[in-house]
Design a protein around this ligand. Sequence first.
Ligand code: NIG
Ligand code: FE
Length: 411
Amino acid sequence: MKTVDILIKNANELVTLKGQNNPRKKSEMNNLGVLNNSSIAINDGKIVDIGKNLKYNSEKVIDAKGKTVMPGFIDPHTHLVFAGSREFELDMKLKGLTYMDILKKGGGIVYTVNQTRKATEKDLLEQSKTRLDNMLKYGTTTCEGKSGYGLNIETELKILKVQKKLNETHPMDIVPTFLGAHAVPQDYETRDYVDIIINDMIPKIKDLSTFCDVFCEEGVFTVDQSKKILEAGKSQGLIPKIHADEIVDTGGASLAADVGAISADHLLMSNDNGLKQMVKKGVIGVMLPGTPFSLMMKNYPSARKMIDMGIPIALATDLNPNCWTENMQIIIQLACFNMKLTPAEAITAATYNAACAIGLENIIGSLEKGKQADIIILDCPNHMFIPYHFGINLVKSVIKKGKIVIDKQRN
Ligand code: NIG
Ligand code: FE
């Protein structure tokens, strides 16, 4: 009998998400590829076998009786590296101030930019590492991380370097995004800052980033300015992503299709024409229900409509000082309760489709032979418990690249 590093056996539900090599759309989002009473064999960081009654020797046999085993969550939209916090904005939000009201008062992104500029690399590293530890505990095994709290070349570079160090030293895999166009720095004209991003920043950060993102929003960057930035990024090998139509419909969804973005994120206010163009170009819609939740808004993105139209949906935390959660389980809960996704759709959106939103679907996002062994074991009998039993952490164990990195019995 062959020996493997880890054998997980008897899983009540093994949620594989197997069998498709492109983002899941429409009814495909309900196909979780669940196997009952099944096992999974892991060796050299990879999945080597899946099925019933697997016969392997292993020094590490995990009995997953009564438990759910599934791919680690993938969080495809975070603002991981920032300094400080903004809990004092809660009182303002409760008084009815909007996101833009707070930003105009020198709060919001501007406040965090000042904190992040002042922070040392060591401070930023420590604060962000705690966030990664939390993510891992809650079952996230890969995330995207954006810059954007620097808005000058020194600090944008500082943030991306911190992310690189964390990626090299922490079990979490972090895919970097340059978001120099997150806001306009104080005392700058927008068009001057756009030139700085294009001519100074992009050439200097291009080797530290995979994606280029823009906050395309009324009062921030227009569609034309966003397009210029994203095209400049593309010419240096950066794949476009967009914060689109979060507060006002400015045509961000159409822009995402126009520039061939891998994803358009938020989409709270998008018009149908823009969404149709996204369908045509296969742009993934990343839903961030934590954002309207933390902004105390009534509206959530029309995810049901987008799924019916054929937009592949992914889910993410948007982790940032305005919406501070590292927990993809609560995002799945919000997606079901407030956007009416089925548990299966939400899980697809938080795993396989999330991998597609950061271009990693060939490596992670499903449990299949040959894929990286990024696996979580949940203390619940089936996947529906993730939204159903809310407010607690269901994760019992986390395996990253074939190594047990969280084990509740052991830790
Ligand atoms: O995705 N909207 C722009 N950026 C973030 C918020 C950042 C912040 O408020 O610090 C978002 O919601
Ligand atoms: Fe964001």
